[in-house]
Each structure stands twice: as structure tokens, then as C-alpha cells.
Design a protein around this ligand. Structure first.
Ligand code: PGA
Length: 249
């Protein structure tokens, strides 16, 4: 059985004290939620303090990234092992901002994915096309390649731990959202591609939608059969909006 997930990607926002306040509000307001798993992904600097606030709750803690190397002389990097040691259970890998601004290619993303899994961290692996690719009707081809180059290179047991986030780059932080039909069409395609390699196991993979998801559009998007939740950027910085999105199932 696949689970519904709403994950908040805080990106490079909030100070530690603001982040602690935000997560405290989320804990408080999420008490009556039952059919959805909440995950928060604060910046690295907040991980320890946020972890303390999440103790005794069902809310999962995610990193926004992890290093592609195990340990050693990699100034400025944070390893999967360090994160696992701080009760981090998820890591966003391959977000389009990492692909675009930090030139993270599939080869690097595969290393990150494998290291996360080796440390019992579930990757939230992001795929998605940019505006040009969508306009040229190449979105299926682009997303297939992103999946084949990374997800197809992990073993079947590890595959069970992967969460996929489909995030059309043209919808991230732009206020433009994919229509629920567009989301369903590509989510179903992603599941089909996954099933080519992993068979029936793909039925259990949670595939999240991301890109200007907010309380006003979440219900319609989440109602689609192959949309199992959302990866939320901007709207996850407000506890009321984040919880309202989680209540859209
Ligand atoms: P957005 O970001 O909700 O602000 O569009 C989504 C994401 O990048 O994960």
C-alpha cells in the first residue's frame, strides 16, 4: 500500500529560531491528521533543533540534500551518515534548483541516492522538465531519462524506500501549477516507467507533485489516482497553509 505524503521544502528560508517556531506550530496543528505522512525539510543548520521538536511525533525529518561522497576532505559538504545520526529519515535529491544552480548531474545524484540508502535515509528523488522541454513536448522523454539514469540503478529492496517528486520546473515558485490532468498524465507515466524495471513494486511508490501547490489547488491535484501527495515549497513556510494542504486528502 502506498502512503500519502505532504513534505515541506523550506529551501534557504528561516533562521533557526524561526524554523523552531514553524515546526512547533506544525506539530501543534497536525495532531488530528491521520491519513497523511508529514515531512519537513529544513536547512542543515536547523536539523538538530527541529529534531528535538519532532521527538514523539510521527512527522518525518528530511534534509534538502546530502553529499555525494562518504566522508573526508570535501569542505562545506554534509554526509548522509552525519544526517542519519541526527534522526534524518529522508533527503531531497535532485531538486531542480540543485540540478540547475549547482550542476548536479545524474552521475552525482546516483551517488547521493546510494549513500542516502546505505544510511537508511529515503531519497525524495525529484524529476521534472523545464518550460522549453514542455513546450517542445519532450517532458515524457526528459523525465524517463532522469529516472532511468538514477532510479534504475538501485536494487529492488532499495527501490521500496524511494519517494518520487514530479516537479515541473516551470511551476516552481512561479505561481503556475500543472493542471490536475497534466499532473495525472505524467504521474501515471512515471509509474509505468518504474514498473518496467520494478514490476508491481511501482504500485507502492509514493509519487508527489510539486510546483506552486497551495491550499486552493491541493485538493484537485491530490484527488488524481497517481498523485500521492505534494512537495511544497513556498506554502510550507506557513503552518496554516501547510496543514491545510495536508488536509486536502
Ligand atoms: P513551490 O516549490 O511550492 O514554492 O513552487 C516547490 C519545490 O520546489 O519543492
Amino acid at each position: 500500500m502506498r502512503i500519502n505524503i505532504v513534505a515541506g521544502n523550506w529551501k534557504m528560508n528561516t533562521t533557526v529560531s524561526e524554523g523552531v517556531k514553524l515546526v512547533s506550530e506544525i506539530v501543534e496543528k497536525s495532531k488530528d491528521l491521520s491519513n497523511v505522512k508529514l515531512i519537513v525539510a529544513p536547512p542543515f543548520t536547523h536539523i538538530y533543533s527541529v529534531c528535538e521538536k519532532l521527538k514523539g511525533t510521527e512527522i518525518g525529518l528530511s534534509a534538502q540534500n546530502c553529499a555525494s561522497e562518504e566522508k573526508g576532505a570535501y569542505t562545506g559538504e554534509v554526509s548522509a551518515e552525519m544526517l542519519a545520526n541526527l534522526c534524518v529519515k529522508y533527503a531531497i535529491i535532485g531538486h531542480s534548483e540543485r540540478r540547475e544552480y549547482y550542476k548536479e548531474c545524474s552521475e552525482i545524484l546516483l551517488k547521493k541516492t546510494k549513500l542516502a540508502l546505505a544510511n537508511s535515509i529515503s531519497p525524495v528523488f525529484c524529476v521534472g522538465e523545464n518550460l522549453n522541454e514542455r513546450e517542445e513536448n519532450r517532458h515524457f522523454e526528459v523525465v524517463r531519462k532522469q529516472i532511468e539514469e538514477v532510479v534504475f540503478n538501485i536494487n529492488e529492496n532499495d527501490f521500496e524506500k524511494i519517494i518520487i517528486a514530479y516537479e515541473p520546473v516551470w511551476a516552481i515558485g512561479t505561481g503556475k501549477t500543472a493542471t490536475s490532468e497534466q499532473a495525472q498524465e505524467i504521474h501515471a507515466f512515471i509509474r509505468k516507467v518504474l514498473s518496467e524495471k520494478f514490476g508491481k513494486k511501482a504500485e507502492n511508490t509514493s509519487i508527489l507533485y510539486g510546483g506552486s501547490c497551495k491550499p486552493s489547488n491541493a485538493k484537485e491535484i491530490f484527488a488524481q489516482p497517481d498523485v500521492d501527495g505534494g512537495l511544497i515549497g513556498g506554502a510550507s513556510l506557513n503552518a496554516d497553509d501547510f496543514i491545510a494542504i495536508a488536509k486536502s486528502f
